[in-house]
Design a protein around this ligand. Structure first.
Ligand SMILES: [Mn+2]
Length: 154
């Protein structure tokens, strides 16, 4: 559960409909295996899309200010944010004013992904969603920062 302290510290679950983590998730996704992914359109103070991969028992998460790349060769900024609990996969609804991330959350796409490669600075996946399909690579721009690029390469 230690991994989710960033998530729980930012939220008051008596005031937000977001899921409170119950148990730590299990089931690490290894290269060659499949996991689930979700992209949530989040109408917060600034509209963005949250890209989440089931990985190591949590949802590894990035905020995409301009959404995911749709065409081969396109690259978009992906800002790494706190790990979310697996239950967040199914969340949509309105986070009330005054709460962290206040605004509407809509599931924009979801499905399975195949993990091709996983390194601290590089993650390669094949997404099999309704809207997004194909191979994507996430590359961390610098070791000290949370800024990554997500690139559609196939
Ligand atoms: Mn968000």
């Amino acid at each position: 559960m230690k991994k989710l302290t960033g998530y729980t510290e930012k939220r008051d679950f008596s005031r937000s409909p977001e899921p409170e983590p119950e148990k730590p998730g299990t089931g690490t996704v290894h290269p060659g295996a499949e996991g689930r992914f979700v992209i949530q359109e989040h109408h917060a103070r600034r509209l963005h899309w949250d890209f989440r991969l089931e990985m190591d028992g949590v949802l590894k998460s990035w905020a995409l200010p301009k959404g995911p790349p749709r065409e081969k060769g396109e690259r978009r900024l992906a800002v790494e944010v706190e790990d979310h609990p697996l239950e967040y996969m199914n969340f949509q609804g309105v986070i009330p004013e005054g709460n962290y991330g206040a605004g509407e959350v809509i599931i924009w796409d979801r499905g399975l992904y195949a993990l091709l490669e996983k390194k601290p600075e590089k993650i390669k996946v094949v997404l099999k969603g309704k809207r997004l399909e194909g191979a994507f690579i996430l590359i961390r721009k610098s070791k000290e920062e949370n800024n990554w690029l997500i690139i559609k390469y196939q």
